[in-house]
Design a protein around this ligand. Structure first.
Ligand code: DAT
Length: 181
């Protein structure tokens, strides 16, 4: 999902990039944090560390995220600001958390290769590729946030990663200028 910014007093937060697993959210989020000085939060890791789960999904053999506990856990940091949030979906995050949302998009053949190297099962591979084809997570983002703050970014090759980082850094600079004058 996305990068989003909210301001409180002098503080502000950048949060959010989303998209199908394998599109490059973690790679982009960590590099962006390193270059911008913002804090990077990976919601999947946060849930694992805090065991923020509510049962087990038998079909996919994976834990079910306890969305309310994730929101409770992050709310103070989001109010403080300066945060990049990385998760594939975004519909359960409060709208007030984000100033901008970036959804990364990857072509099917490229995504297939990336997921294959992760050792995904045939079913998980197929479901994730379909998720990308039907742009499920982009549709979710525009249904959850004002359409004008949701942006799609191509994420197929290293040059695009570099372009995306530069574009988001520019966005951050402009946001700071607009909100601190
Ligand atoms: P995600 O966090 O969305 O699951 P990731 O950041 O782990 O994805 O990236 C999956 C793989 O793809 C990883 O090996 C790094 C690579 N990758 C990410 N963005 C890329 C890009 N723009 N060009 C080429 N490879 C990329």
């Amino acid at each position: 999902m996305e990068a989003c910014h909210r301001r409180l007093g002098n503080q502000w937060s950048a949060a959010g990039h989303g998209g199908t697993p394998g599109v490059g959210k973690t790679t982009l989020g960590k590099e962006l944090a390193a270059r911008s000085g913002l804090k990077y939060i990976n919601v999947g890791d946060l849930a694992r560390e805090g065991q923020l789960y509510d049962g087990h999904d038998e079909e996919y053999d994976c834990p079910i995220l306890d969305e309310d506990r994730v929101v409770d856990e992050l709310d103070n940091q989001m109010i403080e600001g300066g945060v990049i949030v990385d998760y594939h979906g975004c519909d359960f995050f409060p709208e007030r958390w984000f100033h901008v949302v970036f959804v990364l998009r990857t072509e099917n053949s490229v995504l297939y290769k990336r997921l294959e190297t992760r050792g995904y099962s045939e079913k998980k591979l197929k479901d994730n590729i379909q998720c990308e084809i039907f742009q499920v997570l982009y549709e979710e983002a525009i249904a959850s946030y004002k359409e004008e703050i949701v942006h799609q970014l191509p994420s197929n090759k290293p040059e695009e990663l570099e372009d995306n980082i530069n574009q988001i850094l520019k966005w951050i600079d402009q946001w700071i200028k607009d909100h601190n004058s």
